[in-house]
Design a protein around this ligand. Structure first.
Ligand SMILES: *[C@@H]1O[C@H](CO)[C@@H](O)[C@H](O)[C@H]1NC(C)=O
Ligand SMILES: *[C@@H]1O[C@H](CO)[C@@H](O)[C@H](O)[C@H]1NC(C)=O
Length: 363
């Protein structure tokens, strides 16, 4: 364990004591690679370009060329003085993951393909975003990561990062990850502490509360950042390997009754935007509709006529950073750079206000 902890410090020998991982989806042309801020992220996770397919990695060709995206990320790393780590996030259909991890032979084929790809593309690591390796795949996933760890350590001499995205719900954690064993061989866990509430609850709720509200009792107390992160620690995951998620999106709701608009108000379906709103859309809406701060959950929400929504804003990001420091977690990650305000449309007085806020608090 100590060896792995030292290992992280070796890889991130910067004065910064917390890590900040930044997902970046090149599919969102609102933020171009050339605009990405330097000195903010410790690692960038290019997502949406690379998929598991036929026991190897497949790079997308449309609507953009994934190899060009990878090149842009290497340029970003260079612009950042080579401190930034480039760790592409790998997605894939359930069936493709299952076939790649099916048995020792398929796993070895997949592992060689990963290593070749990493060498050719000059990567600093891989992030795995299989949602989710549940049931019988729970232990298969662990043994795959264990084998990959051994293989990459041999080839890259302990200078290669392996990370994974982990769902924050209790059922997902229980059914889909041998989290303690996994955490021994992974460098970092990107804990997706968002999407806690949606219209499936049939009532308004926050996408990413930090804390539970007093009115929440029983199982309802599991649906917040504090609970999910503490649960991983309770299972044996080292705190400094847990990165807390911030999402630049939130769920929208259509209220059943415009006059009942507090937390847990009845809803009849998704609201604006088919159920999702970005951080920028939220800040623009708040200008007209005003905002309401929930000091228990530490989030801002808004309502307008029969519409209700909450997206993590700058204040919520500050609170998350304080939470991370107070609890000794490894840092934060964002989803992502492509959803932040690259043009100061929100008038916070700076570009990428969410990312710059997180960096100011965690540096
Ligand atoms: C929704 O509103 C209607 C009409 O105001 C009311 O009769 C009904 O009970 C409400 N449903 C919920 C779940 O609150
Ligand atoms: C909620 O958001 C609004 C709009 O960005 C902001 O002015 C306000 O300060 C926030 N509330 C709190 C309590 O931080």
């Amino acid at each position: 364990m100590e060896k792995l902890i030292c290992f992280i410090f070796l890889l991130f020998p910067i004065v910064q004591s917390y890590l900040v991982g930044c997902y970046y989806d090149y599919n969102q042309p609102l933020v171009l690679p050339e605009q990405l801020p330097t000195g903010i992220c410790t690692h960038v996770l290019l997502i949406g370009a690379i998929f598991v397919r036929n026991l190897e990695l497949s790079v997308i060709e449309h609507p953009y060329n994934g190899f060009i995206a990878l090149e842009s990320m290497r340029d970003y790393r260079t612009r950042d003085g080579n401190k930034l780590k480039l760790i592409p996030s790998i997605l894939g259909d359930d069936a493709e993951w299952k076939s790649a991890l099916k048995d020792s032979d398929s796993q070895m084929t997949f592992i060689s393909s990963l290593i070749n790809f990493a060498k050719i593309q000059n990567l600093d690591g891989f992030d795995f975003d299989w949602e989710y390796p549940c049931g019988e795949y729970k232990s298969i996933y662990t043994s795959f990561i264990e084998k990959l760890r051994i293989a990459v350590d041999e080839v890259f001499h302990n200078e290669f990062l392996l990370t994974t995205a982990v769902g924050a719900g209790k059922n997902t954690i229980d059914n889909c990850y041998e989290i303690e064993k996994l955490s021994q061989v992974l460098d970092l866990i990107h804990l997706m502490t968002y999407d806690y509430h949606s219209i499936y609850d049939k009532q308004t709720g926050y996408s990413s509360p930090i804390y539970p509200k007093n009115v929440e009792v029983g199982d309802a107390r599991y649906y917040n950042t504090e609970w999910s992160a503490a649960y991983l620690v309770e299972q044996g995951v080292p705190r400094n390997k847990i990165l807390i998620g911030l999402e630049g999106l939130g769920h929208t709701f259509q209220l059943n009754n415009s006059n009942i608009h507090d937390f847990a108000a009845p809803v009849i379906g998704p609201g604006y935007g088919g159920g999702w709103m970005t951080f920028i859309e939220f800040c623009l809406l708040v200008r007209t509709a005003g905002s309401h701060w929930d000091d228990e959950a530490k989030v801002n929400y808004t309502y307008y006529k029969d519409q209700w929504t909450n997206v993590g804003d700058v204040r919520a990001a500050e609170e998350k950073a304080l939470f991370i420091k107070a609890n000794g977690y490894g840092g934060a990650f964002t989803f992502g750079l492509h959803l932040d305000d690259s043009a100061d449309i929100c008038q916070y007085g700076e570009t990428f206000p969410i990312h710059r806020t997180i960096a100011r608090y965690l540096q």
